[in-house]
Unconditional design. Sequence first.
Length: 508
Amino acid sequence: MTAASARQPGEDPFIFRVENLSKRYGPTLALRDVSLGIRRGTIHGLLGENGAGKSTLVGLISGQRVPSGGTIYLDGRPIENVDVKQMEKAGVFLVTQEPMIIDHVTAAENLMLGIWPSRGGFVNWRKLRADASRMLEGTGIDPQAMAGKLGAVARRKLNILRAMFSGGKVIILDEPTAALTVQDRAHLFSFMRELKEQGVTFIFISHYNDEILEICDACSVLRDGMLAGGTEDVGSLTSEQLSELVLGRGLVLFQRERRTFAGEEPAVRLREVASDTVGVKAFDLRPGEIVGFTGLPGAGAKELARAIFGLAPTRAGTIAFGTQTPRPLPATPRDAFDMGIAFLSDDRHRDGLVAQMSIGENISLSSLSVVARAGFLRPEAEQLLSDRYFRAMGIKAAGPATLVDTLSGGNQQKVCLGRVLATKPRLLILDEPTRGIDIGVKQDVLRIIDELSRTGVSVIIVSTDADEIVRIVDRVCVFEDGTIREEFSGEAISSERLRQETKEKADG
Ligand SMILES: Nc1ncnc2c1ncn2[C@@H]1O[C@H](COP(=O)(O)OP(=O)(O)OP(=O)(O)O)[C@@H](O)[C@H]1O
């Protein structure tokens, strides 16, 4: 710290400043000599490829991690040796993607959670509860609603509100829009703008240029742990310029050459699928066809995909591959896997990445039939498989032997994807496959899915990302009330149309 850098509170236009900040994890220098400022009362975007150091940076300024070098100033004063509790007391809150919400208490009580321990026995509960209810007025959240019953946006709002209720003046949002619909995202943004008017500062991490351009006043871009650039005026940048800053090169968007399958025999036939949430009479997929499932949350897209993989109970329904006789839908994921179906969950934690195992072991975990013969593991086969997918997925780590829990979030997602691709399925179901993946790797992932389909694998992609659907699918199914309301293919597929389809339903 240099004495000249410290300023009186209020003097500094930056609520946060970091100077020559570094963070080392063993041999990895995750952040090196980063200096930047976050202006008070602004929304400051933080961008960068997977593993660029975004989570590390916000981990340092929120007190979760200790810097290896450099200084952090809050309100002009250097902060040292602080932990999360102290930073929260100072008004700095990190809101992660996993909402820290207690399902079996009310929304209002959730707001009070951070306050319980700190005020010990002297809490005026009645007043606190009234204050919490007042804070929820106009947010569309019923203070008395059980938190477990709230939708995705309400839960994210509740997280932000809790930070506010506990005196938050800087709120850090780590990819808050993942898997939100266009409407949900718009609501979240207008809520952030309102809070900004009230003087709250936001740090906003996102992989989506359009979000940064829409909501942020300023932004900083990290590349390989260093500050690659940034601006105090986001309006002066184009999306292409942002991509170049992030990647250090121009971005070439992937676009699949859409295929038509007129007259081809189906590779997969689903019939009379019925459950509490879906009712689909018939759905066919051709060999090598990629179909997008979309719709509002709960409309049936995700629900049908999960039913096909034996993850959701069904009352009826059959599946047939090629000319085989129809069989009942798989009752469990194990049955589905044995039939040649692979599934990528939208939640890598539930998807069972084994944190203490290496990248390579995690990739080959589901492909035991490929790497084992007559019950014996073949290390060379495992090595080949893991090397191949490690390279194909562009995983940022020293090598396949690196432990999974030292990877950045986006790189863990790539391991999950590599693992399902390595199983060489007949039918591949991907739920939000590029969530958390940066714009550069997203193109690689789409290319890999495209190549896989050309070997004859049929693919279903469940996605709320209209641009992703447009660039990879041959056909789109729009779900509503548990059924396929509409299908379109070829030239009819456009992001405008997809947004329109889901918007009409939401408005209607
Ligand atoms: N606990 C850890 N141990 C070792 N290395 C780590 C640890 N946490 C992060 N790293 C490494 O530090 C670098 C930066 O990771 P970080 O999570 O900050 O990236 P990020 O920009 O947030 O990426 P993403 O977009 O994928 O979330 C990566 O190379 C990562 O592998």
